[in-house]
Design a protein around this ligand. Structure first.
Ligand code: MSP
Length: 629
């Protein structure tokens, strides 16, 4: 029996143009899809656009366009974006397509007929940005934490889905299936949501207020609530309920989402599936957010980094590699162009690209391009041992969604090959057989790397294979040393795989520059001081850092905004001692990752003669968020 694999991205709202946050989630999903195809799985990869609802209708109106024309245009931009980034989706679903609407109406009717939908009045606080009612508990200082606006009080007649009825079942399912929601932190978050009543879900909007949606099959005065509509894309695209694809792929479903849409996917969606008597998905994989200057990138915050501009400058594969390699999946990550250049030059241009150049030059020069397979000797022991274990390790990391580790494992192997070449120094070897052995081992190793890095860099790895005279290969072809056939020939010409990128010129480093710098450091201009954004902040909660005994993870309230700061205070304060304290925060410090957790700022403390730290505090009552000068 063939193994099957089904992976989905969220379907993206068409109120914003594709940005790096969308690209990040999609690249993670594409990595998984490509890996599974290479590893022999019959794979289906779905993405698409979410085109109904209030938010979209408002965006269309702002653009002065009819909703359908507007969604057609923006949806096409997502398709174009995924083409640029080499996203290998098998289907692209749009919620305005008839095939989707049909399934939504059918599904609603089925659960309505079973008695799981009723009509009622609802009063609550609605956030249009989230397109859902928020609970009091979710608000931070009366505002939506994701959109920074006060939700609107709303009272209206709606249809409700009996979601609460399925709460106990869902808790049980999550408890019995530890990897249903992963990484674990998100599973715990969902279990905590489910430890209290979740209420029923309003699943319709009166047409008098929102008309841009799918009509309820039994009441033409209401349209379907956008999340109920959108979540069903994951099965409508497969041809639920009778389609062949549905039968084949749905049992293997894995959703990739960002942490902002955890509740809808981990609570709404499984209860909806249960009510429709559909088997629930296998895994919900939850990614962190990419941050620019310490905040989530979003259009409304105006801090969007353009992955397409980066792709043009450095190539799409470099962007893919950087995003996958830089941040452990599940955690927030900070990205920058500087970081991309550094990673590109170190891993791709130096470690991988140079090795290819060197070995090609030697094979062409010493052996007229032909490789001879010689059994490895003691000099190859380390490389052979690493090659034997490599596929297994990478496969294990991919299975655990540790994409950055999977890539690092291959890069370590490439570094080992570099060391091996330096140690064995083929240019000094006199024995022709031994020379063959070394050249073969390096090319065979590069062949492995080309396959294992392909899910991250599909086009560049095809180029690498071409430079090695190889066609398409699968993971099974590179399990262990020695898969390259005897007598294999390298092509005479091959372009440089990863030309080195010159970054922005750093400051001059000569001795004169050093002295100048020293003098400047003695005093600073007021303008320099004015660059510091110092604020009073209130400590909301404190936890021990998961990976470092010295560090505390401190959540702050800064005038209504929540901030996380990581500080080396564990030896100086007990977490509970800090809660409620007003402290001094350097708020515009570049975010920094400390042992896997991103810190958005720094707390100011004085160091006593014995090394004890004392946090600075205002000496009379001031509001959190107050500016310090
Ligand atoms: N339309 C809904 C999803 C419906 S799925 C049935 C939606 N769309 S969205 O366009 O607003 O965002 C979707 C996803 O984009 C987020 O969950 C997240 O995966 C990704 N990202 C958006 N901004 C992001 C970052 N700054 N960083 C990483 N990913 C983020 O929600």
């Amino acid at each position: 029996m063939t193994k099957t694999f089904y992976v989905t991205t969220p379907i993206y709202y068409v109120n914003a143009e594709p940005h790096i946050g969308h690209a990040y989630t999609t690249i993670n999903a594409d990595f998984l899809a490509r890996w599974h195809r290479l590893d022999g799985y019959d794979t289906f990869f779905l993405t698409g656009t979410d085109e109904h609802g209030e938010k979209i209708a408002q965006a269309a109106a702002r653009a002065g366009k009819a909703p359908q024309q507007f969604v057609d245009e923006v949806s096409a931009k997502f398709k174009k974006a995924w083409e640029i980034l080499h996203i290998s989706y098998d289907d692209f679903i749009r919620t305005t397509e008839p095939r989707h609407k049909k399934v939504v109406q059918r599904y609603l009717q089925e659960i309505y007929d079973r008695g799981d939908i009723y009509y009622g009045e609802y009063e609550g606080l609605y956030c249009v940005g989230c397109e859902r009612f928020l609970t009091e508990k979710e608000l931070v200082d009366g505002k939506c934490p994701d959109h920074g606006v006060e939700p609107e009080p709303r009272r209206e007649g709606n249809y409700f889905f009996k979601m609460e009825k399925y709460r106990a079942w869902l808790r049980d399912h999550i408890n019995k299936n530890p990897d249903f929601i992963r990484p674990e932190r998100y599973r715990n978050e969902v279990l905590s949501i489910l430890s209290e009543p979740i209420g029923d879900l309003s699943i319709s909007r009166p047409k008098s207020r929102v008309s841009w949606g799918i009509e309820l099959p039994w009441d033409p005065d209401h349209v379907t609530y956008v999340w109920f509509d959108a979540l069903l894309n994951y099965i409508s695209a497969l041809g639920y309920p009778d389609g062949e694809r549905y039968k084949k792929y749905w049992p293997a479903a894995q959703h990739m989402i960002g942490k902002d849409i955890l509740k809808t996917h981990a609570v709404f969606w499984p209860t909806m599936l249960k009510a429709g008597e559909v088997e629930v998905y296998k895994h919900l994989n939850v990614g962190g957010h990419l941050l620019a200057e310490g905040r989530k990138m979003s259009k409304s915050l105006g801090n969007v980094i353009d992955p397409f501009e980066w792709s043009e400058k450095y190539g799409p594969d470099a962007v893919r590699y950087y995003l996958l390699k830089e941040t452990p999946y599940g955690l927030d990550g900070v990205v920058s162009e500087e970081g991309l250049i550094e990673r590109y030059n170190a891993d791709l241009a130096n470690d991988l690209g140079n090795l290819l150049q060197r070995v090609r030059t030697m094979v062409l020069k010493y052996r007229e391009g032909v490789l001879h397979r010689r059994e490895p000797g003691p000099g190859e022991a380390e490389v052979v041992a690493a090659a034997e274990g490599l596929v297994g390790k990478v496969r294990g990391y991919v299975r655990e969604l540790r994409f950055n580790q999977a890539l690092e494992e291959v890069l370590q192997f490439v570094r080992l090959l570099n060391r091996y070449v330096n140690e064995r120094a083929p240019w000094k070897i006199k024995d022709p057989e031994d020379l063959d052995r070394v050249l073969y081992t390096v090319v065979d190793g590069l062949r492995m790397a080309a396959v294992l890095l392909e899910p991250a860099m599909p086009v560049k790895m095809a180029e690498l294979r071409a430079a090695l005279g190889l066609g398409e290969l699968s993971v099974a072809d590179v399990e262990g040393w020695g898969g390259l056939p005897d007598g294999h020939r390298l092509p005479e010409e091959a372009p440089i795989l990863f030309p080195k990128v010159e970054g922005e010129k750093k400051q001059a480093k000569g001795p004169a520059a050093k002295t100048a710098k020293k003098d400047e450091a003695a005093t600073i201009a007021y303008d320099d001081f004015a660059k510091l954004d110092l604020r009073v902040a209130r400590v909301k909660s404190v936890e021990k850092h998961p990976n470092a005994d010295r560090l505390l993870v401190i959540k702050l309230d800064v005038g209504g905004e929540e901030r996380t700061v990581v500080g080396g205070l564990a030896a100086h304060y007990k977490p509970e001692e800090l809660v409620g304290k007003k402290v001094v925060l350097l708020a515009n410090l570049k975010p920094r990752k400390l042992r896997g957790v991103v810190s958005h700022g720094m707390l100011l403390a004085a160091e006593g003669a014995d090394g004890t730290l004392a946090l600075l505090q205002p000496d009379r009552e001031v509001e959190s968020g107050s500016k310090i000068s």
